[in-house]
Design a protein around this ligand. Structure first.
Ligand code: BG6
Length: 415
C-alpha cells in the first residue's frame, strides 16, 4: 500500500510566491490525470507557516488551480487559522475570494480523535444521558488538556502563541461545543457544525477575573529535572507568554444557563491527560447520614480523551457490611479492552475525510470566528496587565490561583 503511494509522490521545489512552481504543479497534475485516464480530484494541503496561507491561496488562483470543470478541488488548511479575530477574518477574506466554503477543510486534529467523536456517539446513541444533560442536573463541567511535555524546540512558535491560542481557542473550545451542543438532525457536515456554532456563539467572553494565565518554572517531571519556561532555548528573557490557562465560561442558553464550564490546559503539568468531567448535582436528601456515609460524592461522568481512552461514571455504592455505609465506586468502559483494536491516528482520519469531501470533522469559518470572539478579549486583558505573571512549578497541577477560580466548594480533578 505504502509502496503504491510512494511511486506517485513527486516533489517540486519552489518558493511559495513563485508562479513557476504553480505552473510546474499544474503540469504535474495534468500528467497524473493522463496516467489515470481521467481527471482526478485535487486536494491542496497547506501545512506551512501560517503567514504563507494567503500567498499560496492567491497563487493557486493565479495559476487557475483553484477550480476544475470536472472534478472536486479542495484545500486543507492547517492551524492556526489566524492569530486573533482580525487576522482570522482577513485570512478568511482571502480564502473566500478563491474557494467556496464547501471546498475548505480547516484542521483541528482533536476532531479526528476517536474519543472526541465518541462524545457525540455517547450523548446521541444512548437514551439515558439526554434527560440529565442540562442545568437541572449538572453542577459544572471541567475540561482538562494537561501535558507533561514542555515547549521542546518550538519556542519560536510557542512564545508568539501561548496556551490560550495554542490549545484553548481551538481544541478546548471544540470539546466544549461537542459537550454542550444540541442533538443534530443528522450527521451531515453542516447540520453538526450548525449545532456547534450555536454553542460557541452563546458563550460571552469571560470576565478577566475568571481567567488565569501562568508560566512554568523549573521542577521535576516524571523523575527528571526540567528547566523553567524562561530558561528554554529561544525564549526571550522576560517573556510573559502563558504556558497555562484556566478559564470559567458559561454557555448562555436555555439548557446551560448558570452551569460553569471550567477549562484548564498547560505544559509541564504533572501528567498528560485530556478529559471532560461532567459533575452532577448532589442528591437532594441523603437518608443514610446517621450511618456514617460521609464518603458520598455527587456522580461524576468522565470522558477520557487520552490516555487510557474511555468513559467512567462514579456511583455511590454500599460498602459491604451490616451498616448502610456508602462510598464512591467507578463503572468503567475502556476503549483498549472493549474494542481490542488500534484507533487510526487523528490525521489519518482527517486527511482521508478531506479527500472524500466529508467536512463534518473540520471547523467551518463561522466556528473559527466565534472561537476567536471568545478568546480575543482575554488576550487583550492579559496583554495589557502589568503585574507579575503567576507561575507554577513544573510537574505540579498548576498555579494556586486556578484553585481559587474553581473553588470554594468545587475542586479540579486530581492530575
Ligand atoms: C497542538 C499544539 O495543536 O496540540 C501542541 O500546538 C500540543 O502544543 C498538541 O502539544 C496536543 O495534541 P495532542 O494530540 O498530543 O493532545
Amino acid at each position: 500500500m505504502l509502496g503504491g503511494l510512494l511511486e506517485h509522490v513527486k516533489y517540486i521545489p519552489s518558493n511559495f510566491d513563485d508562479p513557476a512552481g504553480y505552473k510546474a504543479l499544474a503540469e504535474l497534475l495534468e500528467k497524473f490525470d493522463e496516467a489515470a485516464g481521467q481527471p482526478l480530484n485535487r486536494a491542496y494541503y497547506l501545512s506551512t507557516a501560517p503567514e504563507f496561507f494567503p500567498v499560496i491561496i492567491e497563487q493557486l488562483k493565479a495559476a487557475g488551480l483553484h477550480r476544475h470543470p470536472k472534478v472536486d478541488v479542495r484545500v486543507i488548511i492547517e492551524k492556526p487559522f489566524g492569530h486573533d479575530l482580525a487576522s482570522a477574518r482577513s485570512l478568511q477574506r482571502v480564502v473566500s475570494g478563491v474557494f467556496r466554503e464547501r471546498q475548505v477543510f480547516r484542521i483541528d486534529h482533536y476532531l479526528g480523535k476517536e474519543t472526541v467523536q465518541n462524545v457525540m456517539a455517547f450523548r446521541f446513541a444512548n437514551m439515558m444521558f439526554e434527560p440529565i444533560w442540562n442545568r437541572n442536573f449538572i453542577d459544572h463541567i471541567q475540561i482538562t488538556g494537561a501535558e507533561d511535555l514542555g515547549i521542546g524546540t518550538r519556542a519560536g512558535y510557542y512564545d508568539q502563541a501561548g496556551a490560550l491560542r495554542d490549545l484553548v481557542q481551538n481544541h478546548m473550545l471544540q470539546l466544549v461545543a461537542l459537550t454542550c451542543m444540541e442533538p443534530p438532525a443528522s450527521f451531515e457536515a453542516n447540520k453538526v457544525r450548525d449545532e456547534k456554532v450555536k454553542v460557541l456563539t452563546a458563550i460571552t467572553p469571560p470576565d478577566p477575573a475568571d481567567t488565569v494565565p501562568a508560566q512554568y518554572t523549573a521542577g521535576t517531571v516524571g523523575g527528571e529535572d526540567v528547566a523553567g519556561y524562561l530558561e528554554e532555548e529561544g525564549v526571550p528573557e522576560r517573556s510573559r507568554t502563558e504556558t497555562y490557562a484556566a478559564l470559567k465560561l458559561e454557555v448562555q442558553n436555555w439548557r446551560w444557563a448558570g452551569v460553569p464550564i471550567y477549562l484548564r490546559t498547560g505544559k509541564r503539568l504533572a501528567r498528560k491527560v485530556t478529559e471532560i468531567a461532567v459533575q452532577l448535582k448532589p442528591v437532594p436528601h441523603l437518608a443514610f447520614q446517621s450511618q456514617g456515609s460521609v464518603g458520598v460524592q455527587p456522580n461524576q461522568l468522565v470522558l477520557t480523551v487520552q490516555p487510557n481512552e474511555g468513559v467512567s461514571l462514579s456511583l455511590g455504592a454500599k460498602i459491604p457490611g451490616s451498616r448502610m455505609r456508602i462510598r464512591p465506586v467507578n463503572m468503567e468502559f475502556l476503549y483498549g479492552s472493549a474494542f481490542m483494536s488500534q484507533s487510526p491516528e487523528a490525521y489519518e482520519r482527517l486527511i482521508m475525510d478531506a479527500m472524500r469531501g466529508d467536512a463534518t470533522l473540520f471547523t467551518r469559518n463561522d466556528e473559527v470566528d466565534a472561537q476567536w470572539s471568545i478568546i480575543d478579549p482575554i488576550l487583550e486583558a492579559w496583554h495589557s496587565a502589568d503585574g507579575p505573571l503567576p507561575n507554577y512549578e513544573s510537574g505540579t497541577a498548576g498555579p494556586a490561583n486556578a484553585d481559587a477560580l474553581i473553588g470554594p466548594g468545587r475542586d479540579w480533578r486530581k492530575l
